[in-house]
Design a protein around this ligand. Structure first.
Ligand SMILES: [Zn+2]
Length: 329
C-alpha cells in the first residue's frame, strides 16, 4: 500500500494529537497564497489517512476498501505521487472492499419502513465484491450503465469451482434492506440457461434504501437494472402486490410508475391507476423498451427528464397513451 508519509515535504513536525504538520501543498491550487506556516496536516488512521489544511481549508481522506475520491487523487498529485502509483493504490483499495463495509458506509435514510422487516439472507459461498479486476463482470456492469459503487458480487478467488465447467461467470446484485442482505439476483453472463436466479423475499421492493432524503419523487420500475440506473425502485414483476404498495407508500413520496414499454408492461399501468399513482410512458429512442435501455442511450439525467416530463395523473390521458403504445407493440 502507498506510504503517503514518504511523499510529504521533508520539513514537518508531529503534534500531540497524532497529526504531522507541514507546509500545505493545496493552497496555490485553490487560489490561495502558498502556506509558509506549516498549516497542512495529515493523520494516519487504522485504515487510511485524513488531510486537513488550516490555510485554504482543503480536506481529503482515504480509507482502505473505498474508491480514491477526487479530492484524495488531487492531493496525491500535488504531493508528487505518480499517476501510476495513484491508480495502483486505488486498485489495491478496491480489493479490500467488503459488502459489510459498503453497507455500513451508506448513510441510509430509511431503515425499517412501516414496521416491515425481511429476514437476512446468505449470499452464495465464495462471493466477493466486484472490482475492475473482474474484467468480464465489470464490463457487463458498465455496458448496462450500472452505478459501480453498488456492492455487486462475483465468484471469488477461493471458489473451488472457479475456472471449471461447473462455474459460469455471473454478477450478483444483492438485495439490501436495513443494512443487511435480504435476497439477491444472480445474472449469468454466458449463453446457458437459466439466465438468472432470483431469491426475493415476498413483498420486497428493491431500492428503498437507495432513496435520498431530499428527493420528493420516487420512480417505480420493473427491473433491478432499471432501478439501479436511475435511483428508483424495482417491483420485479409487471404488477405491484399489496405489501409492496404498502412499502412504497411508507416512503411518503410522490410515486411515478414507469412501466416497460411492452404488452406485459401495460398491466403495470392498470395496477398503478388502481393505486392512484402517476404513470410515465415517455417517448424514448427507437429500440428502448425499458428504463435501462433509455439510460444507455440518453444517460441517467436525460432519462429522468423524459420520465418527469411524461408524468401523467389523468386516468383518461394514461389510458390514451397506453392504447397508443399497445398499437405499436
Ligand atoms: Zn491549503
Amino acid at each position: 500500500m502507498l506510504d503517503i508519509l514518504t511523499y510529504l515535504p521533508a520539513k514537518r513536525k508531529a503534534t500531540p494529537g497524532g497529526w504531522l504538520s507541514f507546509n500545505a501543498v493545496c493552497c496555490t491550487h485553490n487560489g490561495n497564497t502558498q502556506d509558509r506556516r506549516q498549516r497542512g496536516g495529515i493523520k494516519q488512521t487504522e485504515q487510511g489517512w485524513s488531510y486537513h489544511c488550516f490555510n485554504c481549508a482543503y480536506t481529503a481522506s482515504f480509507i482502505l476498501g473505498r474508491n480514491l475520491s477526487f479530492k484524495a487523487r488531487r492531493l496525491l498529485t500535488w504531493l508528487g505521487v505518480p499517476e501510476a502509483e495513484i491508480e495502483r493504490t486505488n486498485l489495491e483499495s478496491m480489493r479490500h472492499r467488503s459488502i459489510n463495509g459498503i453497507l455500513q458506509e451508506r448513510r441510509q435514510t430509511f431503515d425499517i419502513l412501516a414496521g416491515i422487516t425481511f429476514p437476512e439472507f446468505e449470499l452464495p459461498a465464495f462471493s466477493e465484491v466486484c472490482t475492475p479486476e473482474h474484467v468480464e463482470q465489470w464490463q457487463y456492469l458498465r455496458n448496462r450503465s450500472a452505478p459501480l459503487d453498488y456492492p455487486f458480487m462475483v465468484s471469488g478467488e477461493e471458489n473451488p469451482y472457479k475456472g471449471t465447467s461447473r462455474s459460469r461467470p455471473y454478477v450478483i446484485v444483492p438485495f439490501t434492506y436495513d443494512n443487511s442482505v435480504v435476497g439477491y439476483t444472480q445474472r449469468f453472463l454466458d449463453d446457458r440457461t437459466p439466465r438468472y436466479i432470483n431469491q426475493t423475499p415476498p413483498g420486497y421492493v428493491f431500492g428503498t434504501d437507495l432513496q435520498h432524503d431530499s428527493w420528493t419523487h420516487v420512480l417505480v420500475t420493473e427491473g433491478i437494472f432499471d432501478a439501479l440506473t436511475i435511483g428508483g425502485l424495482a417491483v420485479m414483476h409487471n404488477t405491484i402486490s399489496d405489501s409492496q404498495a404498502r412499502l412504497i407508500r411508507s416512503l411518503d413520496r410522490d410515486v411515478v410508475v414507469v412501466p416497460d414499454q411492452d404488452a406485459a408492461g401495460m398491466e403495470l399501468v392498470d395496477r398503478a391507476v388502481e393505486l392512484n399513482w402517476a404513470v410515465s410512458m415517455p417517448e424514448w429512442p427507437e429500440g428502448c423498451k425499458d428504463v435501462n435501455d433509455a439510460v444507455i442511450k440518453l444517460g441517467k439525467l436525460g432519462t429522468v427528464l423524459t420520465i418527469m416530463q411524461a408524468r401523467e395523473t389523468s386516468k383518461i390521458k394514461i389510458e390514451m397513451r397506453k392504447k397508443w403504445l399497445l398499437k405499436k407493440f
